[in-house]
Write a protein that binds this ligand. Structure first.
Ligand SMILES: Cc1cc2nc3c(=O)[nH]c(=O)nc-3n(C[C@H](O)[C@H](O)[C@H](O)COP(=O)(O)OP(=O)(O)OC[C@H]3O[C@@H](n4cnc5c(N)ncnc54)[C@H](O)[C@@H]3O)c2cc1C
Length: 473
């Protein structure tokens, strides 16, 4: 196989997933799953390079699966908006793209039996890994994974479930210069008409992304959960991600450090849905922010840049580390021993109030702050980052059993957040229950897990009532 990336560091993005090292047939397929973009996509550029080098035709394939765990119309619609951008971007580069409706491992294993090489990108959650493993086990051609949704490949940084951001930060920073490198677009020299794929399995079919212009076009294709509607505040795709980035760099990178946590200012980037669906690359985001600080913002914004890198790279890649090395990342069993022990010890404590899942979901608690953040998530599709911490802590306080509390937080987060079903979501919820944190002074219900309350919000944020007005009206 061709080593496309020059230098050891970028080669670390590439993993051969099976024993087949030499293509025995013609044709390269890039099975796009986690990096649904045409810019700053290491897997795409790798696939183009392999195809050019072997004088092979290339096709990009995305398999849209009905019934993706936890996905509803809100998520599917955002994903499909992004796939329309992918189709346009690839057409501009003369690379054929096929959108196929079916079961990804079945479709891709079928394809693997007729092509020379499968290139794919790297997602970290259980389902994504199971799909890749199945394809790699079935295929008799090389299956190559290229990690493009992180700055530093997860296994390059660490080989274990890290204790906290403090233990990961140093290991990660050591590699940043090697991996914060612009991704060069490789011109594709093969045919622009589809020529790689033969027949598809009988129980799948091809869809033209241009036909999917309204959510109804999607619901008429296959049965899916429609009770959670698409949101008007966010449009999916790399074009919308680029607009969000430009807006953030222009208006909110400056003062990000001091204002990002203030709920009523809403000073963050709002890029997490795009990162979740792979519509934008974290490498591109960091490089763009660095440019902005080198240029118009100047040294005054250096602290803002450092904080942005801390959130986007250290905290986000800590979450990737967590789901990679901790198989119980979305359950109570994934918490550190001290947190499980202290929460179990206090599971018999009287709660100030106990709510059931329906009351939480309906934002019908007696806490206006909590109701506001739940409504923000339901209506807008994202919740302010600081309020997510308060939201998760309260679910712990208001549920008798901490194991069930964690389960509820995951259910609600995954159902309503556009960026849900993501390593960041599992790490964020687990943080509320002690993961990546340290023991604090012991108190009822929380034990030694860090506590948060409404008085803290009022003390910290003078304008918190504006946040309440916005979401409780
Ligand atoms: C209970 C709880 C649930 C969460 N659920 C999710 C989720 O489902 N999906 C999700 O992407 N994030 C989740 N987070 C992490 C964080 O709150 C969001 O990433 C952030 O609010 C997204 O907004 P933004 O894009 O405007 O972030 P910005 O502040 O602009 O930060 C830029 C990027 O850095 C990353 N980032 C920022 N804060 C964190 C953090 N604390 N941990 C990890 N990465 C971070 C995100 O990728 C974000 O897009 C959760 C946090 C908690 C406490």
């Amino acid at each position: 196989m061709v080593a496309y990336f020059t230098g050891m560091s970028q080669d670390a993005r590439v993993t051969f997933l099976n024993r087949s090292a030499v293509p025995r047939r013609n044709g390269v397929v890039y099975w796009m799953q986690a990096s649904a973009r045409t810019r700053y996509n290491h897997a795409l550029e790798y696939a183009v390079h392999v195809a050019n080098h072997r004088s092979d035709p290339l096709e990009v394939v995305f398999v849209l699966t009905p019934g993706y765990p936890g996905a509803n119309l809100r998520h599917y619609w955002f994903l499909v908006q992004g796939l329309r951008d992918v189709a346009d971007g690839l057409r501009d580069r003369g690379i054929p793209f096929r959108l196929i409706l079916g079961a990804p491992p079945v479709v891709v294993s079928h394809i693997a039996a007729t092509v020379g090489t499968i290139v794919t990108d790297g997602g970290y959650t259980r389902v994504q890994r199971q799909w890749r493993d199945r394809v790699a086990a079935d295929a008799d051609c090389p299956v190559v994974e290229v990690e493009s949704n992180v700055v530093v490949p997860v296994r390059t940084v660490s080989d274990k479930d890290e204790w906290s951001a403090a233990t990961l930060r140093r290991k990660l920073h050591r590699h940043l210069d090697d991996f914060l490198v612009p991704v060069t677009t490789v011109g594709y020299r093969g045919p622009s008409a589809p020529s790689v794929l033969g027949s598809l399995p009988t129980d799948c079919r091809e869809i033209d992304p241009a036909d999917l212009t309204r959510p109804e076009d999607l619901t008429s294709l296959f049965a899916l959960e429609t009770s959670v509607a698409p949101v008007s505040a966010f449009r999916g795709g790399e074009a919308a991600a680029a607009e969000r980035l430009a807006d953030f760099l222009e208006h909110r990178l400056r003062h990000f450090d001091e204002r990002r946590n203030v709920p009523d200012l809403d000073w963050t980037s709002h890029l997490s849905p795009y990162l979740h669906f792979g519509h934008v690359s974290p490498v591109e985001l960091v490089l763009a922010a660095q440019e902005r600080v080198k240029g118009p913002l100047g040294d005054d914004a250096r602290g803002d840049l450092d904080t942005f890198v801390e959130e986007l790279v250290v905290r986000r890649e800590l979450a990737m580390n967590f789901v990679t090395y901790n198989p119980e990342y979305d359950t109570f069993r994934g918490l550190p021993d001290w947190a499980r022990a202290t929460l179990e010890e206090h599971s018999g404590d009287d709660r100030p109030v106990v709510y059931d899942l329906d009351t939480l979901e309906a934002a019908a608690t007696d806490d206006p702050y909590w109701n506001a953040c739940q409504r923000e998530m339901v209506q807008r599709g994202v919740m302010h980052g600081y309020m997510r911490m308060y939201w998760g802590k309260k679910i712990l306080e208001w549920t008798q059993n901490p194991e069930e509390a964690l389960e509820r937080a995951v259910i609600l987060n995954d159902r309503y957040e556009l960026d849900g079903r993501d390593p960041n979501g599992y790490a964020g919820v687990a943080w509320c229950f002690g993961k990546h944190d340290r023991p604090w002074v012991e108190r009822p219900v929380f034990g030694k897990v860090r506590y948060m309350n409404a008085n803290g919000l009022k003390r910290k944020f003078k304008g918190i009532d504006r946040y309440l007005e916005r979401w409780n009206s």
